[in-house]
Design a protein around this ligand. Structure first.
Ligand SMILES: Nc1ncnc2c1ncn2[C@@H]1O[C@H](COP(=O)(O)OP(=O)(O)OP(=O)(O)O)[C@@H](O)[C@H]1O
Ligand SMILES: [Mg+2]
Length: 247
């Protein structure tokens, strides 16, 4: 379980996280939504220890990680898989090498076993036999899926996705959504997904948290989100320019 309590973060005097309280339960898919610039990515970066809060705590498996040393943070990252918005593949490596990178760098696993694992994961995500391709030969949707394969290769307890479907066509988005669900079922892990894509939200979320001006203004199921009487929530899910949320 991840327990975030009263988390505050400012950048150069600008408040970005203004007292975030959020619990992410084991084995759930928690989706975080909110207007551009409201602090979703900043929140994810705190959870993996890439950013340090001004105050508040983040307890993971019972330990407050905001008190961790650099070495402990490094160890903590083993528990996480992260799919970045731009798949962030290394062009100097083949697709297979990209996927197997974590295991090669962090374990003594022999190459043939890494290759077998890479093959298994690529089959899981529907990209059989592309190990030897260079990332530059892949389409955007394929890159996203390879990024996903790379994020799950070490069976992480927590999977974090930052806008996994942004920039993809509706069919590829649905393929990614199905994969997020399938991976959750196969690896039995906890997922946190940041997205703007409401179709994706309704399909994959167990619970949804909406962020606005550094605070959680809604938390609940898809049904509760649809029925929410909060005008901020309604404006966001209906995608209207007019309303209480202004840029
Ligand atoms: N390292 C940083 N230094 C200074 N300001 C930052 C830093 N990271 C983020 N910010 C600021 O914090 C705010 C929230 O940024 P964040 O990236 O979390 O937004 P977001 O909700 O993910 O938006 P989007 O939906 O557009 O990705 C923005 O105003 C951004 O400029
Ligand atoms: Mg972001």
């Amino acid at each position: 379980m991840i327990q975030i309590t009263d988390l505050h973060k400012k950048f150069n005097g600008q408040t970005v996280l203004d007292g975030i309280d959020l619990e992410i339960r084991d084995d759930e898919t928690m989706v975080i939504v909110g207007p551009s610039g409201c602090g979703k990515s900043v929140l994810l970066k705190h959870i993996v220890g890439l950013l340090h809060p001004d105050s508040g705590s983040i307890t993971i498996n019972g330990e407050d990680i905001t008190r961790y040393s650099e070495k402990q943070i490094y160890e903590l990252r083993r528990k996480f898989g992260m799919l970045f918005q731009s798949a962030a593949l290394f062009e100097s490596l083949s697709t297979g090498e990209n996927v197997g990178l974590w295991i090669k760098e962090h374990t003594d696993t022999p190459d043939d076993q890494i290759e077998a694992k890479v093959e298994r994961i690529l089959n899981l995500i529907g990209l059989r036999g592309i190990q030897n391709k260079n990332p530059s030969e892949l389409s955007g949707g394929m890159k996203k899926r390879v990024g996903l394969a790379r994020a799950i290769i070490h069976d992480p307890q927590f999977l974090l996705y930052d806008e996994p479907t942004t920039g993809l066509d509706p069919i590829m988005s649905d393929i990614i959504n199905d994969l997020i669900i399938k991976i959750r079922q196969e690896l039995k892990n906890t997922a946190i997904v940041v997205t703007h894509d409401m179709t994706s939200v309704y399909k994959i979320a167990d619970r949804i948290a909406m962020l606005h001006k550094g605070k959680i203004i809604f938390i609940g199921s898809s049904d509760e989100l649809r029925k929410s009487e909060n005008p901020l929530v309604q404006q966001f899910i209906q995608g209207k320019a007019q309303g209480p949320i202004t840029l």
